[in-house]
Write a protein that binds this ligand. Structure first.
Ligand code: ATP
Ligand code: MG
Length: 422
């Protein structure tokens, strides 16, 4: 128990971290190019924020939240998603008083008590972006474009963009009525959660993961057939914008998203290369969320990308990640005086941005060479009696075991220029 991580969680060990750091840098870079700025919010929030934001009838709020009471008697919840906290911060710090739109990106851990399986964890990570302050479909298209380009830059091409409209509170009323009438005769067959949803929020049933419910919703009335003129126009504009930006898409009336706050645009990037949990990215418009969470009536649109699933897709596609920077120099020393010299040398190398290590476990000379070899050092620098006398270093190139003698400045110049090649 003590030496097992909790169910549904995963350590990211150092030999895997290059993948994460690579994706984090790539994501930050594309977000900045598109004019998004990073926001970091706490890992926990008041429970009420998610109840109101994500919605009472969703799986997340009904059965997946890690909720606890703190010593002050407050109910807090580990964030199951990143949008509600971003909205909370936007409202709390009156960011709507600044130039609009507000464009945030984030990289956050999320926590949901789900049934762990491949691509589904209890502690996972998301990249996300949000645009607050416009209901123009160009913003929706820009958000989708960023995700499309991010995936393209990573070399992922067998992933499909599926779009839909979930309408607005006005037209959804009509659809809800039709959906309810369609599902009412099937009520007995639905799962217990969906029986309740039938009254409260029948659209949620379309997103239920139970195979029986999925069977029962086949042929159900589709939101696309109920869109009001305003939502219809928005959906057409979204498509025009996507076409103008060369973003291929498919219309999928089955996409409703697992959170209540969406309106109009809803979309997912889906792949069939990583098994059942193939949705790598999901998002949509939420024109009423900011107001619902106590802010002014400001519309928004955003998306979130599951980082674990993203890594799975890349691996499934055989896309390689850059290796970590190799150890450029290992400094070996023989004797107490040489040790002092080695300490000075290594400091100088590191100050010149050269990746260098020295022996810190008092190995003998042979042991130091062996260690350098195992760590994949490119060069081993030897400091012994002779080197102390001459003021030069003996350098062994590990790849071919050739040896030569150079001064400290020459060494720095050599390793510095090697670095630029990497
Ligand atoms: P799903 O339908 O797969 O449950 P979702 O609709 O609940 O996904 P969102 O809340 O939109 O997902 O989260 C955005 C993305 O975060 C998902 O597309 C997915 O890549 C990732 N994600 C969601 N839940 C998990 C999880 N439990 N483990 C790993 N990644 C997840
Ligand atoms: Mg889910």
């Amino acid at each position: 128990m003590l030496t097992n991580a909790p169910k549904g969680t995963k350590d990211i060990l150092p030999n895997f971290i290059n993948k994460w750091q690579f994706l984090e840098k790539k994501f930050q870079s594309i977000c900045e190019r598109y004019g998004f700025k990073e926001i970091r919010t706490p890992v926990f929030e008041h429970t009420e924020l998610f109840r109101r934001g994500v919605g009472d009838t969703t799986d997340i709020v009904q059965k997946e939240m890690y909720t606890f009471e703190d010593y002050g008697g407050r109910s807090l919840t580990l964030k199951p998603e990143g949008t509600s906290p971003a909205v909370r911060a936007f409202v709390e710090h009156k960011q709507y008083a600044e130039v609009q739109p507000t464009k945030y990106f984030y990289n956050t851990p999320c926590f949901r008590y789900e049934k762990p399986q491949s691509g589904r964890l209890r502690a996972f990570h998301q990249f996300g972006i949000e645009v607050f302050g416009t209901d123009n479909m160009l913003a929706d298209a820009e958000v989708i474009l960023l995700a499309h380009e991010f995936l393209r830059e990573l070399g992922i091409n067998n992933i499909k963009l599926k779009i839909n409209s979930v309408g607005c509170p006005v037209c959804r009323k009509e659809h809800r009525k039709a959906l309810r009438e369609f599902l009412l005769p099937k009520k007995d067959k639905l799962c217990d959660t969906c029986k309740v949803r039938l009254d409260k929020n029948p659209m949620r049933i379309l997103d239920c993961k139970s195979p029986i419910c999925q069977q029962e919703v086949k042929g159900a009335p589709q939101m696309l057939d109920y869109l009001c003129p305003d939502c219809q126009k928005a959906f057409e504009e979204l498509q025009e914008n996507l076409r103008a930006m060369d973003v291929p898409y498919e219309i999928d009336p089955g996409i409703v998203r697992g959170l209540d706050y969406y309106s109009k645009s809803a979309f997912e990037f889906v792949t069939d290369t990583i098994g059942a949990q193939g949705t790598v990215c999901g998002g949509g418009r939420y024109d009423h969320l900011i107001e619902e969470l106590g802010g002014p009536p400001i519309p928004g649109v955003g998306l979130a990308l599951g980082i674990e699933r993203l890594i799975m897709v890349m691996e499934a596609n055989g896309i390689s990640f850059p290796d970590e920077k190799p150890l450029q120099a290992f400094v070996a020393f023989i004797g107490e005086e040489a040790k002092l010299k080695a300490q000075k040398l290594i400091l100088n190398l590191r100050r010149h941005a050269i990746k260098a290590e020295l022996d810190v476990v008092a190995r003998n000379t042979k042991g130091q060479f062996k260690y350098a070899d195992r760590k994949g050092a490119q060069y081993t620098i030897v400091i012994g009696e002779e080197e102390l006398q001459s003021g030069q270093y003996t350098v062994k190139k590990m790849a071919d075991s050739s040896q030569f003698t150079i001064t400290e400045n020459e060494l720095i110049e050599m390793l510095g220029s090697e670095d630029e090649d990497n």
